[in-house]
Design a binder for this molecule. Structure first.
Ligand SMILES: [Zn+2]
Ligand SMILES: [Zn+2]
Length: 134
């Protein structure tokens, strides 16, 4: 099987996955299984492998973010948008956007202190959400 070029146009099925994510907008995070269920409501014959391939492709093309949060069962996906952090509720498992980015000065400092080069920063906060505190 050939791998399509990174800038090749999206196939109909890949476009569907991308559209589903965009329709729900930033701030919603879908697992692969949730996207599969959603996609099937539009295109009943679609297979799980297609969703898997679509997400890998969209991620590689920089259209979709794959978010891996410690403690979560699997990755969740959202359209690429402004950088932000995530909060995961340890009780109900929901993942919410947090409008925060680690200041560049802090990252640069850590990088120079340790001799790293930092390319990306993923920040996740863990605790209990509003519904689960009560
Ligand atoms: Zn919760
Ligand atoms: Zn997010």
């Amino acid at each position: 099987m050939s791998t399509p070029a990174a800038d090749a146009p999206l196939t109909k099925n890949h476009r569907l996955v991308y559209d589903l994510l965009n329709e729900h907008g930033p701030g919603r995070h879908f697992s692969m299984t949730q996207l599969f269920e959603l996609a099937r409501t539009r295109r009943p014959g679609i297979g799980f492998t297609t969703i898997y391939r679509a997400l890998s492709r969209l991620r590689d093309q920089g259209l979709v973010s794959e978010i891996v949060i410690p403690g979560a069962d699997g990755a969740v996906y959202e359209p690429v948008g402004a950088p932000h952090a995530h909060f995961r509720c340890s009780t109900c498992g929901r993942v919410e956007d947090v409008h925060y980015t680690v200041p560049t000065a802090a990252t640069s400092r850590i990088a120079s202190d340790n001799g790293f080069r930092v390319d990306t920063v993923e920040l996740s906060l863990h605790g209990r959400c509003r519904d689960c505190i009560g």
